[in-house]
Design a binder for this molecule. Structure first.
Ligand SMILES: N[C@@H](CCC(=O)N[C@@H](CS)C(=O)NCC(=O)O)C(=O)O
Length: 213
């Protein structure tokens, strides 16, 4: 059986989530870089496989799947050890709340195609785009910081890494890219640092991916 393929991009925070999940579970996949800066995601060849024109995309014999959270949920069901959600139903829900705040409320508004459209349609320059993305990150981080006051231990939810950390680390990476002042978010900063100190997170970091820089 050929190795599965993860189509991604070194700086894609959605692909970064999947890389972390793969590393936590010890699953090996071939990395297939899709150069977002060159618009490869919009080219015919990639769109024939991934009609959404976005990374990440997971491919294994007979099956392709987009959407990072769907890919991670699939991997968690196929390879349940270690589990990526807490056992307790309320903590599971809180974990998903953090993940969805990032994946549904923050990330799409700072995505490349949205920032490009702000420039093309509304004339936004680089500084305006950065301020736009930072504003939405701040709005989401306000909510997550409040949640972490209730749930955080060594990690975002208690003392084990979960889906919340898988989403939080790449989003905090993006927050730094968009020059967000993280001083109002000490719990997010602590959870990010604690997770990044672990080998599965460190190996998934953008700077360690092919084509980075
Ligand atoms: N909700 C999707 C988002 C995927 C997504 O937006 N990926 C970005 C990179 S982080 C992308 O491919 N952007 C290309 C573009 O905007 O043209 C997921 O979680 O997989």
């Amino acid at each position: 059986m050929p190795e599965p393929i993860l189509y991604g991009y070194w700086r894609s925070s959605a692909a970064y989530r999947v890389r972390i999940a793969l590393n936590l579970k010890g699953i090996t996949a071939t990395a297939a870089p899709v150069d977002l800066r060159q618009g490869e995601q919009r080219g015919q060849a990639y769109r024939a496989m991934a009609p959404a024109g976005l990374v990440p995309m997971w491919e294994e014999p007979g099956f392709r799947l987009g959407q990072s959270l769907a890919i991670i949920a699939y991997l968690d069901e196929r390879y349940p050890d270690p589990p990526l959600l807490p056992q307790d139903p309320r903590l599971r829900a809180a974990c998903r709340e953090i993940a969805y705040t990032i994946a549904c409320d923050i990330h799409p508004l700072g995505n490349l195609r949205v920032l490009e459209k702000l420039g093309a349609d509304l004339g936004a320059d680089g500084a305006a785009k950065t301020a736009w993305a930072a504003g939405w990150i701040t709005a989401g981080f306000d909510a997550i910081e409040a949640r972490l006051a209730e749930t955080a231990g060594a990690h975002a939810i208690g003392d084990r890494v979960t889906l919340a950390d898988i989403c939080l680390v790449p989003q905090t990476y993006n927050a730094r890219r968009f020059e967000v002042d993280l001083s109002p978010y000490p719990r997010i900063v602590a959870a990010d640092a604690a997770a990044r100190a672990l080998a599965p997170f460190a190996a998934a970091a953008p700077e360690h991916q092919p084509g980075s820089g």
